[in-house]
Design a protein around this ligand. Structure first.
Ligand code: HEC
Length: 187
């Protein structure tokens, strides 16, 4: 009898899993899609520009192109898009609100406990809004501008110092969470 029950569970489990996936909140799926549009494009643009004109020449990619691309995706999708961090470089754009801050702290704890940072995300309906954040892990590519300050080139240090007198976004190592991409939409 016990055996039959176990067998039954083994048969049912894959169906239950498939059902859970197909019944996933469509808003979560939509938010995730919006949030994952920007980072790969940005990484390609950063790689291209670093190859052409070095890391200091690529600063405008993170400074001007990222918000411009976020604005375009917002217009196409109706979702507001930001990048925020517990250690912001750009105070005017990147300071998290209370909900984002709690998610960032939770992601840091979970990454430190061994969860793969690229998978950390959170979606929630709050009042008449849907909100979603997804972690942006530090990759080797990021280190020339977000790594330990003794490893930044003098040109990068000078450019960052000039543009961001309150820069807190250095000292990272690979695999840490640089920040999140944060998207929200009124329902
Ligand atoms: C060429 C230098 C450079 C590289 C390489 C770079 N960044 Fe940045 N990053 C910047 C600059 C400059 C800003 C400030 C942008 C602004 O003014 O909004 C920034 C801002 C950010 C922000 C917004 C939050 C904040 O602190 O202002 C995130 C998140 C971020 N970077 C993540 C990354 C990740 C992840 C990588 C690697 C995939 C990366 N960056 C690579 C220069 C760089």
């Amino acid at each position: 009898m016990k055996r039959i029950l176990l067998l039954g569970a083994a048969v049912i489990t894959p169906f239950a899993t498939a059902f859970a996936q197909s019944s996933e909140d469509p808003l979560l799926a939509e938010a995730r899609k919006v949030a994952t549009t920007l980072p790969p494009k940005l990484i390609v643009a950063l790689q291209d520009e670093i190859k052409k004109s070095g890391p200091e020449g690529a600063i405008p990619v993170c400074k001007d192109m990222a918000p411009k691309m976020a604005g375009e995706i917002s217009q196409q999708t109706g979702w507001k898009i930001k990048r925020v961090s517990l250690k912001a470089r750009n105070d005017a754009r990147a300071i998290p609100d209370a909900w984002e801050k709690a998610a960032l702290e939770d992601f840091d704890r979970r990454a430190a406990a061994g969860e793969p940072p690229a998978q950390l995300e959170k979606g929630e309906k709050i009042g008449n809004e849907y909100r979603f954040v997804k972690a942006l892990p530090v990759q080797p590519l990021c280190l020339s501008c977000h790594g330990p300050s003794d490893q930044l080139s003098p040109a990068i240090k000078a450019a960052l110092g000039q543009n961001y007198p309150n820069d807190r976004a250095t000292g990272y190592s690979e695999g840490q969470i640089r920040g999140v991409i944060s998207v929200r939409k009124a329902l």
